[in-house]
Design a protein around this ligand. Structure first.
Ligand SMILES: [Ca+2]
Ligand SMILES: [Ca+2]
Length: 230
């Protein structure tokens, strides 16, 4: 018992003093708790969890898409954002359509004068844009191409280092851009006029605490170990 207490103390100290933390959202608990919809109106954007994947459906909303922001990430900075995503369905009449991934996001929706964030706009027709929204106005610093296929999962890695942004898809470097308007802020995932699936969202960085699905897993394992040794 004494030895176990020492082990737990060491584990707690390690957790408290670890440098780069990891936040994981795998949607395996079947819900979007901790995420909040910004921009879109609820009746035009649906975020549901199906088969442990986030299914984001957005349509007919006019000039903007919608996205879910991770409340816990609001004040994070200098992180690496990874996730899997795929396009599955074209549901809206508007163009352009595509997946939206925000970072250094202030979480200001349209009623609050936003959006205010850098973001990626990934289109099923293959256009990939590194973008900015500043008080609701759109800027397009960089545009390139990637040959997406509907129904195919892609692994994204996005480096968010202060004012510097880089995107990798399946390990391939896709784009880089710099802008110093936003140097900290949270993460969002969503879409405009398409259905996009997201899964295995993983955020690592010095300002990121260990948490999300990982905290649930670790807590579960500790409880199991404790029960076995007691
Ligand atoms: Ca959840
Ligand atoms: Ca999952």
């Amino acid at each position: 018992m004494h030895y176990l207490n020492c082990c737990l103390l060491v584990l707690c100290l390690l957790a408290g003093f670890s440098y780069a933390g990891t936040w994981i959202e795998n949607f395996d608990d079947g819900n979007t708790d901790g995420w909040r919809l910004v921009l879109g109106s609820e009746k035009h954007a649906e975020a549901t969890v199906v088969n442990s994947e986030l299914v984001f459906r957005q349509f007919n909303i006019g000039s903007t898409g919608g996205w879910l922001v991770l409340e816990a990430s609001r004040n994070w900075s200098n992180y690496t954002l990874e996730m899997r995503f795929k396009f599955t369905e074209d549901v809206g009449p508007n163009d352009p359509k595509g997946a939206i991934i925000t970072y250094n996001d202030t979480f200001d929706g349209i009623p609050e004068g936003g959006p205010n964030c850098p973001f990626l706009f990934l289109r099923p027709d293959g256009l990939v844009r590194g973008m900015l929204a500043i008080n609701g106005a759109w800027f397009f610093p960089v545009t390139t191409q990637f040959p997406f296929s509907s129904g195919v999962w892609y692994q994204l890695r996005i480096l968010v280092q202060g004012s510097h942004y880089e995107l990798f898809i399946d390990g391939q470097h896709i784009l880089t851009y710099d802008d110093d308007t936003f140097t900290s802020g949270g993460v969002g995932i969503g879409a405009r006029d398409v259905v996009v699936h997201f899964d295995d969202v993983r955020i690592t960085g010095d300002s990121v605490p260990d948490g999300g699905s990982v905290a649930v897993e670790v807590a579960g394992k500790l409880a199991t170990v404790w029960a076995a040794l007691k």
